[in-house]
Write a protein that binds this ligand. Sequence first.
Ligand code: FE
Ligand code: FE
Length: 194
Amino acid sequence: MGIDWESTEDKLARELTKSRYRHTMGVMYTACCLAMRYGADIEQARLAGLLHDCAKCIPNKKKIDICRKKHIPVTEFEIEHPVLLHAKLGKYMAETDYGVQDPEVLSAIEWHTTGRPDMTVLEKIIYISDYIEPGRDKAPHLPEIRNLAFTDLDQCIREILEDTVSYLSRNPKAMDPMTLDAYKFYSERSSNGS
Ligand code: FE
Ligand code: FE
């Protein structure tokens, strides 16, 4: 891929707040460790981890404006919850601003917030890393989930989705339908024993 890591990191550091950049580094290194564990491509994991939140610090209104201007399809739910747009917009900016062409890296960025049914290994790695990176401390069951991340990728995804769905169901209006689809997919998969 021939990535210039130094200039990519420098550019990103200018786009993100200090705390978001620290989170990004945590996700990037966690994703690399999971790639090592599961025999995934380390460079893809590193790049997707590095860029997953590249659109996060754009003001919400501007997020919507850019999506409209660039003809990025946006759901009604995303207009109501524009913070979610940083995933889609992140994919777009990774491609246009950071020159990423690898569709697997781009889709890992696109799905890192909601998850989706039947994720690729790289998508799972980024979704999980975002949740467990060392700077995180608010989610319930973090020690178990961190352990599961390195023992059973699908079970880890299921636990995170279950906790996310139960957290969001206190305010059902805040739940992206895709998260619920992902949860159904992974919980049915476990009851089938596969
Ligand atoms: Fe994010
Ligand atoms: Fe993140």
